[in-house]
Design a protein. Structure first.
Length: 206
């Protein structure tokens, strides 16, 4: 029987003609080797393509085997990595223990060898602290000086305010005195005028 295989992977199809009536038929390649009735004439036929189906199953199996091998290799590498990390951790721990033991058993060095040059960083830190204290103290002195100046100015202002109030009071009493004197002057003027009139009348009578 003539047939052709089309497509790729799991979607491969086999195309052929019914051996009884010649109708064109297309089946999944996975049906190869199985009996089916022809949809046109109803007579059974065997789906062709068995070698291709077997080949495709071999390829699939090889693919799965390759995936399994790759997975095993990855797992093996991961296990080796873990073992290496664990060994490195043990080595480090061992070195620390040895270093601690060496430190315990070593005799102390003579004092001359232990003597080190003065620690520059500490003196620099002390200098910075002193500088900071000086700055803070200077700032405090400036603030105190300004505050006392301010206090003096405030008391001077209070004195000036009192003087102004006193002068205002004096001015008011002066104004009252002037008013009183003006009143007295008016009545004096009236009296003078009256006397002048009286003198004029006496002169006319003579
Ligand atoms: Zn047929």
């Amino acid at each position: 029987m003539n047939y052709t295989v089309k497509g790729a992977g799991r979607n491969r199809k086999v195309a052929f003609t019914c051996p009884t009536c010649g109708a064109a038929i297309e089946s999944p390649l996975s049906d190869a080797g199985q009996n089916f009735p022809c949809p046109t004439c109803g007579r059974d036929f065997v789906t062709p393509g068995i070698p291709e189906l077997e080949q495709s199953r071999r390829e699939e199996a090889a693919q799965v085997a390759a995936q399994v091998r790759a997975q095993k290799i990855r797992e093996h590498e991961a296990a080796e990595r873990r073992a290496r990390d664990a060994q490195e951790a043990r080595d480090r721990e061992e070195q620390l223990v040895k270093a601690a033991e060496r430190a315990k058993t070593q005799t102390p060095l003579p004092q001359a060898q232990l003597a080190r040059p003065p620690d520059r960083s500490i003196s620099q830190a002390a200098f910075a602290v002193v500088l900071l204290l000086v700055v803070v103290a200077g700032y405090g002195a400036v603030v105190r000086t300004m505050q006392s100046k301010l206090d003096r100015l405030e008391s001077r202002l209070n004195e000036l305010t009192k003087t102004v109030d006193r002068n205002a009071t004096d001015l008011e009493s002066l104004r009252l005195t002037v008013n009183r004197n003006a009143g007295a002057l008016n009545s004096l003027t009236d009296t003078v005028n009256y006397n002048a009139d009286a003198a004029n009348r006496n002169n006319r009578l003579r």
